[in-house]
Write a new protein. Structure first.
Ligand code: ATP
Ligand code: MG
Length: 560
């Protein structure tokens, strides 16, 4: 018996609530959650946290989790977003229960409940302009002012509401309000809007409806219709909870009742997360679409080379809290490195090549060196790497006049080439501008890695590829999109002022060892000494395009 196996991490507050509910057999012991995105943008890493939480809880308690599109605002919603959301959730590794659900499936039921409320004197049609209604709501410390329509006859409201539905009025002419409490200290309870007129085609219901329910008059009801037991949302909805409960009070019969639970949303340093702002970046071409590898969207991270496992591990690490906080984006990058370190085959690639000629190596000779695909994982196997007289090394691994501590190549200096030989620089050539164009070296045949001569040690080891055999690639070096820790947190400055001008560098002339000439979009690699990389969807059989996912080490913590 292993004690450690029995040792459980302590429950988070949502798990505690669920376990208490299970103990008293609340809702017949069912656990049913939902993830309710509005299809008005692509999902971001904040949504990923919510997805991991909701679907994760369902898995943990043998429960279910629905996917429900909160599609009550046709002005901003689109099927493109619906499709991307489903793709992203599946990619993260989660399954929703049954078919995807839509709040719009419940429009008729929501309408019928509204009619019932009007009949009970708990809702009325208000014909005042929106500004006046807001003004009358007042401030939390003083009671608001009743609308002159508040006590209009039930028949009048019924008639007008039906005519609203039938399209007899224009947007803004009138709204349906619930009659709750104009003196409540909670502004959301001061006769909140239930329905507004919107002459707008809906991506699912077409032109069936020209009135649309507000979030607060759709969410709790949708939860109820679907049998949701725990309705987990972010903290900004805490203040809406009395209204959520009020709405349920109007429709619940019997024992079953959903419960809203709020947790702190994910905030990440160096990142903006609001869909509205992400859309702005896309529309103004600051990035190349929602899945640009610099975007904090799930599709962007996927394209960049992040794995579902790394995102799920990140979500586990940060846990759930009841108070807002900011998570350092380097923790996400750490989770990515941690997983890629396990799974990414090692490869030799030179991003900024200069040519090295091994003058004492025969011209047509090709040696096939066998290198491990992952030194930490014997099962990862080996591959053949050709060694030839002409090689490429990284431009910054050579210095004409290196300082003492530079343990790479320079005149008269020796380095080991990864998995190959020790070479010594004998000479080099420069062009008219003074750029190094070729480096001439000799190799020591007795120093082959893995062989008897491998014992001889030199201070530096550098990576290389065979000039003759290497394949060409375009490599896109991505870096953080913002240079400021809190791009959104400046009162007098727009977040776009903090865009990182160096967030993308495209290198056209990169050289990759030939074993990886057949990689496919999505494949992950570790380029030794450089970082983790991923083949981009722009790759084709005649052109490799490779994204840098993360450098091997975090260079940002030093910059601060
Ligand atoms: P944004 O504010 O970024 O536009 P949203 O809250 O409007 O996002 P929704 O589509 O309504 O986006 O969100 C779907 C679910 O994801 C909701 O339950 C919401 O609370 C949750 N969610 C959104 N952003 C975050 C976040 N940063 N951290 C955790 N959960 C989030
Ligand atoms: Mg929202």
């Amino acid at each position: 018996m292993d004690f450690q196996e029995n040792e459980k991490r302590s429950l988070n507050f949502i798990e505690s609530i669920i376990e208490e509910d299970l103990q008293v057999n609340k809702n017949q012991g069912r656990v049913h959650l939902r993830f309710p995105p509005e299809p008005n943008g692509y999902l971001h890493i904040g949504h990923a946290k919510s997805i991991c939480l909701n679907f994760g809880l369902a898995n943990e308690y043998n429960g279910l989790c629905n996917l429900r599109f909160d599609d009550t605002n046709p002005e901003k919603e689109d099927v493109e977003y619906v499709d991307s959301i489903m793709e992203d959730i599946s990619w993260l590794g989660f399954d929703w229960d049954g078919d995807p659900k839509y709040a719009s499936d419940y429009f008729q039921q929501l309408y019928d409940w509204s009619v019932q409320l009007i009949k009970e004197g708990k809702a009325y049609v208000d014909e005042q302009p929106q500004e006046l209604i807001s003004e009358q709501r007042g401030v939390p410390t003083r009671p608001g002012i009743d609308s002159p329509y508040r006590n209009r006859p039930v028949e009048e409201s019924l008639d007008l509401f039906e005519r609203m539905k039938n399209g007899e009025f224009s947007t803004g002419d009138m709204i349906l309000r619930s009659k709750i409490d104009m003196s409540s200290p909670n502004m959301h309870m001061r006769d909140p809007i239930m329905y507004r007129i919107l002459h707008q085609t809906h991506h699912r219901t077409g032109d069936d409806w020209c009135i649309y329910p507000m979030y607060d008059w759709a969410h709790g009801q949708s939860d109820f219709i679907e049998g949701i037991t725990h309705s987990v949302c972010t903290l900004e909805f805490e203040i809406h909870r009395p209204l959520y409960d009020w709405a349920l009070d109007q429709i619940v019969e019997g024992d079953y009742r959903p419960r809203q639970i709020e947790f702190a949303r994910l905030n990440l340093s160096y990142t903006v997360m609001s869909k509205r702002k992400l859309l702005e970046l896309v529309k103004d071409n600051h990035v190349n679409g929602w899945d640009d590898p610099r975007m904090p969207t799930i599709s962007g991270f996927r394209r960049r080379g992040y794995t579902p496992e790394s995102i799920r591990n990140f979500a586990d690490r940060i846990g759930v809290a009841k108070r807002d906080n900011v998570i350092d984006v380097s923790l996400l990058e750490f989770s990515v490195r941690e997983h890629l370190n396990q799974i990414a085959p090692r490869a030799l690639a030179v991003l900024d090549p200069i040519k090295v000629v091994i003058t004492n190596y025969p011209e047509s000779k090709v040696e096939e060196l066998e290198l491990a695909n992952n030194q930490n994982d014997e099962n990862a196997g080996t591959r053949i790497v050709p060694f030839t007289r002409e090689l490429y090394i990284e431009r910054d691994d050579f210095m004409e006049d290196p300082p003492k501590k530079f343990f790479r190549l320079g005149p008269e200096r020796e380095v080991r080439l990864v998995g190959a030989y020790i070479i010594k620089c004998e000479d080099f050539k420069k062009d008219a501008e003074g750029n190094i164009t070729e480096v001439y070296c000799t190799y020591d045949p007795d120093t082959k890695s893995g062989g008897a001569g491998a014992k001889r040690k030199v201070k530096g080891t550098i990576h290389w590829v065979s000039a003759e055999k290497a394949v060409d690639a375009e490599v896109r070096l991505y870096d953080r999109l913002f240079v400021d820790e809190d791009p959104d947190g400046h009162k007098d400055k727009n977040f776009k002022e903090f865009l990182n001008p160096d967030s993308l560098k495209v290198l056209q002339n990169c050289k990759i060892e030939p074993a990886f000439s057949t990689v496919k979009p999505g494949d992950k690699l570790q380029f030794q000494r450089l970082g983790y990389f991923c083949v981009d969807k722009d790759s084709s059989h005649n052109k490799l395009v490779i994204n840098r996912t993360v450098p091997l080490r975090d260079s940002w913590s030093k910059r601060k």
